[in-house]
Design a protein around this ligand. Sequence first.
Ligand SMILES: Nc1ncnc2c1ncn2[C@@H]1O[C@H](COP(=O)(O)OP(=O)(O)OP(=O)(O)O)[C@@H](O)[C@H]1O
Ligand SMILES: [Mg+2]
Length: 421
Amino acid sequence: MIPPKPSRGERTVTVLDVGTSKVAALIALIGGGEPRVVGVGQRVCQGVRRGLVADMEKTESAVRAAVDQAERNAGVQAGTVYVNMSAGGLRSEVEAVEIDIGGHKISDADMANLLAAGRARIDPGSRTVLHAQPALYAVDGTFVESPVGFHADRLGMDIHIVTADTPPIRNLDLAVRSAHLGVRTMVASPAASSLAVLAREERELGVALVEIGAGVTNIAVHMMGQLVGVASVAMGAGDITNDIASAFATRRSHAERLKTLYGGAITAQKDNHELVDIPPISDDEAGEIVRVPRAQIVAVVRHRLDLLFGEVAARLPQLGFAGPQARQVVLTGGGAEIKSVADFAQGLLGKNVRIGRPRGLTGLPDAQAGPAFATLAGLALFAAEDLPDLWNAKPVAGAPRPGAKGGGRLQQMVDKLRSSL
Ligand SMILES: Nc1ncnc2c1ncn2[C@@H]1O[C@H](COP(=O)(O)OP(=O)(O)OP(=O)(O)O)[C@@H](O)[C@H]1O
Ligand SMILES: [Mg+2]
């Protein structure tokens, strides 16, 4: 493809999705409306297990190859990258802070003070803050988009903080740096994917995103337009492949094919009559090809999906996804390609379920337009959103005035939902 030239105000960003089955890189121009994709690259990766770097060299070489390909496509060098973190005990919290304004008109300096007071409230302990961003502003208790210019006594802010365990972050950082790339920001995968597949209105009404990857299933709950909780389940579509391989004594590569071609989440009557060839595990033996009814493959898929969605159903209320605002679920990730999985999930979870594909980017190639690329696209959208980061940004100038713990609206709602369980 011929890469488009940056127009005025646009800059190049590189994003990297390090997944259990593949590493994908994308270079985009941001700063002028929708991010414009100028290059993509992808490599199979065997160095990542359940979202965590397990083999440094294999991960590093897959990162390097994927980025090389994207660079060649784009005709530009990748700079520092936005990279995702899919596992590592992701945790999302909302912290509220409030400062005194004394009836004056809120100025940029007040905003800087508020951000500094917010930063002072963050205490990750031994964990690492991935990102800490303003979620909601409140002027004397009333939610406003942008507080500057309002007269007020008190200015409040809810901060959305995502943390992870420190060692997996360091390992991922090392793998990316070993591929001679700087890490600009690490983004929680479910936060990124949410940007790519959820509609703004869904986020306002209440929605849970369930991203089924190869090794990890990530959940992100949104209420009032904000991400209020994330969770990771160490199970994914790769487990279905393993189940098929062991149930029918065949290789994983065959099992992967069988899953894609004949697997499904709902059994059809005709599946009992359709016979599927299962190649033997080794070539040398006089092993015969075994034939099984397609329904048996579907049964293996369903068994794993029962376990997986059972876990999801247990986590959703813990994340505050309960009550009348908890009706919509969006499935994404490569596992969302399993035939009829939305119908299956709808039956099991008792919610409306749709499949989410990445959107909001111009020029995303067809090969990267499926649900397996939600995280990749979301990383580019995260970069384009460019929200202030209270933790990782340089400290705001001026001594912070102490802020009180505020009673943020989002905070109150999440607390209420959780305590009503
Ligand atoms: N058509 C399909 N039918 C069934 N499964 C599919 C299909 N397409 C992709 N998958 C499965 O989706 C999984 C890959 O999904 P994805 O690319 O989202 O994972 P990943 O990002 O590499 O891993 P993770 O996010 O868990 O670290 C694989 O297990 C693959 O078999
Ligand atoms: Mg993934």
